[in-house]
Design a protein. Sequence first.
Length: 318
Amino acid sequence: MVEDHYYVLGIPKNASEEQIKQAYRILVLKYHPDKNDDPEAPELFDKITKAYNFALSNLKPEAPAFKSTAPKKSTLQGTNNIISITVTMKELIKGDVKTLITKRKGLCPDCGGTGSASKRVQKCTYCDGTGLQGLALVLGQKKKCTFCSGRAHLPVGEPCQKCKGTALILEVIKHNIKLNPYSKFINLPELGNFPNYGIGKAGSLIIELNVIQDPLYKVQGLNIESEIAISPAQAVLGDVIVLSVFDKEVALKIPSGTRHGDIIVLEQQGILYEGKAGSFKANIKLLIPHILSSKEKELYQELLNAEKTQPDFETLSL
């Protein structure tokens, strides 16, 4: 099967440029050969890089838009909050919704993230509200103002009693995430930690998924593959086997004369996602019974006796 580059990155095929780059950054940190001793890391790293280049080159061009040329004031960015949860492959395929409760550095509700009991702030006179060191600005450097710690302003009056003037508290938040077959991690912007003193945007909440693979069915993108054992009678006469594949009923037709090692592919019987369906691939294994009932022994003996009457019996096994 062709490598699914979006599956490698763990993103949907309509992912934005930012989602593609975020996925690439996370996977590179995990699988870079210099940081991962796994012997398969170099091969995985190569796949990740190829998938990243492919996804970027296939981005759909956006309609032209007029952008303001007015200068924008830079804001501080909080840190990402990274957690890990365990899910099953079945949950991914069915698109289950998970409810998570996480903690982060959130804005103090009493002072509105100002750090002031009166909820008032004033511009830092030392950096003139830039949040950057005055001398460093002259030299073309971007160094945080040592007086306001990069906040650009300072609280007025008494500090907030709840947050002790820090503008932040430990916040518990509850949110739902919807899984999909491509999920390897989920990035929720601005649900991470706020920067110190509450000035700027919150980082992202990044949820890494530890996926428990199914023991019977191997999943690659939207395609499913499995080993299917059949009896000699099914191989000779043919049969229809009804499988329950992630709660979906799949009818697998075994043609008469099927041999050990044959492959049967059912198109459109894999995973259905966003209007597209993968395939189901059955690797046939001929199962020879070791324990037989008296009736089965009798029938197999009759079959053997009938085969011996054939003139070319000795060549039947060739």
